[in-house]
Design a binder for this molecule. Structure first.
Ligand code: SF4
Length: 338
């Protein structure tokens, strides 16, 4: 690991001021970077993938809104420094929107979730093996150097949202539930704050996979806002992986379902382990709205969700796995009561 300067920020203002000298590089490559739980950052610093010269520790920040969970009416406000385990243990979130709790519970290990923050979880970087091992060409690490995964071993890689430059999977779970619920994030910069739909946070790789989000180097996520529909108690997060614990998704589905008798009044679907960014299956939702949720309808929705899939040599199994995961999740939520 390269030497770096470590600083602590006691306030949001101090943390953002510490970023004043940052250059125009993407936040992930900027010389000064924030660190919170550090579960992803320390891993990639050790591997030499992430090489900040200065880390600004934001754990001491005392602003209450960044450290608390507030649920008032249908609005859930999650401070960005709330630990994943704290949110997953929140009984009322679990009762009113199980897919949010389950997407947290099924991630990593409890030890990691005790450390990792919700804001940091959204910004975690891909586990593409060629990105992690710095001797391989990788457009995300070094733009223009090539993509070793394209014709390499790509079993874990994405089939949706891919480009000719990068097929790395976004490996988070929580973001799939958030995107299904149209959540938004609050972002604080030096001079202004802004609110952004979570669907606009992550960038498709296109020809610049190194630029992963629309965050500017001097900006920080301070909170996540979710409007929880009354019917979201009928929701689930289904994660399929190589082993049942401490593994990333090969395919996952976040589903929330609003039924009018047997007909689908509304449905929200997020897909994980399959795309380069948190993925909302809009076409699948459109197939289901206004019709009875039969197995045939679920299969039609799954076909629509993967119509644009672009598998490579080793990950073509993900097309069928993704479809079956979606169908199973839909059938499970159909049987849930409000
Ligand atoms: Fe790098 Fe993306 Fe290719 Fe992986 S898939 S080697 S992260 S460019």
């Amino acid at each position: 690991m390269l030497p770096f300067i470590y600083e602590r920020a006691d306030t949001l203002h101090e943390a953002l001021s510490a970023m004043e000298e940052v250059n125009q590089q993407p936040p992930t490559d900027a010389p000064s970077q924030f660190i919170a739980g550090g579960t992803n950052m320390s891993d990639y610093m050790r591997l030499g993938v992430n090489r900040p010269s200065r880390l600004v520790d934001i754990n001491p920040i005392q602003e209450t809104a960044m450290r608390t969970i507030a649920l008032e009416g249908s609005e859930l406000r999650l401070g960005a420094l709330v630990r994943m385990s704290e949110a997953e243990d929140h009984a009322e979130i679990n009762r009113r929107c199980p897919m949010l709790s389950e997407s947290l519970k099924l991630a990593a290990s409890r030890q990691i979730r005790n450390m990792a923050t919700l804001g940091g979880n959204l910004l975690q970087r891909t586990r593409c093996e060629y990105f992690r091992e710095i001797s391989w060409p990788c457009n995300k690490r070094l733009p223009g150097s090539g993509c070793s995964a394209m014709d390499g071993f790509n079993r874990q890689h994405a089939i949706l949202g891919v480009s000719d430059s990068c097929i790395a999977t976004y490996h988070g779970d929580f973001a799939q539930a958030l995107i299904a619920l149209d959540a938004s994030i609050e972002i604080q910069g030096r001079d202004a704050n802004r609110r952004l739909p979570i669907s606009e946070l992550h960038r498709l790789p296109e020809d610049r996979p190194d630029i992963e989000t629309v965050l500017r180097p001097d900006e920080m996520i301070t909170a996540i806002i979710v409007q929880i529909p009354q019917w979201a108690s009928r929701s689930t997060y289904l994660k399929v992986r190589d082993r049942q614990s401490y593994a990333f998704a090969l395919a996952s589905t976040a589903v929330a379902l609003d039924l009018d008798g047997k007909n689908v009044r509304d449905v929200r679907i997020g897909l994980g382990g399959l795309a380069t960014v948190p993925w909302r299956a809009v076409t699948a939702e459109d197939v289901l709205r206004g019709r009875p949720l039969t197995e045939e309808a679920a299969n039609a929705a799954a076909d629509a969700a993967f119509a644009e899939a672009k598998p490579r040599e080793h990950n073509s199994f993900k097309v069928e796995l993704g479809k079956q995961t979606l169908v199973r999740a839909l059938m499970e939520v159909r049987e849930m009561s409000l």
